[in-house]
Design a protein. Structure first.
Length: 153
């Protein structure tokens, strides 16, 4: 790459960084105002995009978010009324598990212990079988398969 191409590349990178840092994120009020213009006043999305400098796909995404209920459009403020905050949606309550007795807990833990002991025994057998297979492959093909221990390998 020659000097001219390199300087052009650096200029493009600087311009891209400036453009990325200059991005403006719309506030909730701005989003709701744009969506309200589209829904209530029937302003075309293309015109809203030009007027507010927002991509049409972004406006469509906001409209879908408001339509699906992910975002709520606040009621328009009128001069004579005060702002009233709406109640937040009810949080789902966690389903409580019934409390098990000590005997039930002991039985459950013993069963889990038995299952884990069997899984450990199976894993040990599998490791032993793999070791035997590697030993046989090293003898048959006369090549080292295992890595040597230490710094030099």
């Amino acid at each position: 790459m020659d000097k001219n191409e390199e300087s052009n590349l650096l200029e493009l990178q600087e311009m891209a960084l400036k453009h990325r840092s200059a991005k403006h994120h719309a506030t909730y009020e701005q989003k709701s105002m744009i969506v309200r213009q589209y829904l209530q006043n029937h302003v075309p999305v293309a015109q809203l995009s030009r007027d507010f400098g927002v991509c049409t796909l972004t406006i469509h995404r906001w409209i879908n978010a408001f339509a699906s209920g992910k975002m709520k459009i606040p009621p328009e403020k009128s001069n004579g009324t005060s702002d009233i905050k709406q109640n937040p949606p009810n949080m789902s309550k966690k389903s409580l598990k019934p409390v098990e007795s000590e005997a039930e807990e002991l039985a459950r833990l013993r069963e889990e212990n038995k299952r884990l002991a069997e899984a450990l025994k199976m894993a040990e057998w599998m490791n032993h079988a793999k070791d035997v297979m590697i030993d046989e492959a090293e003898k048959t093909f006369k090549i080292p398969i295992r890595k040597k221990s230490g710094a030099k390998q």
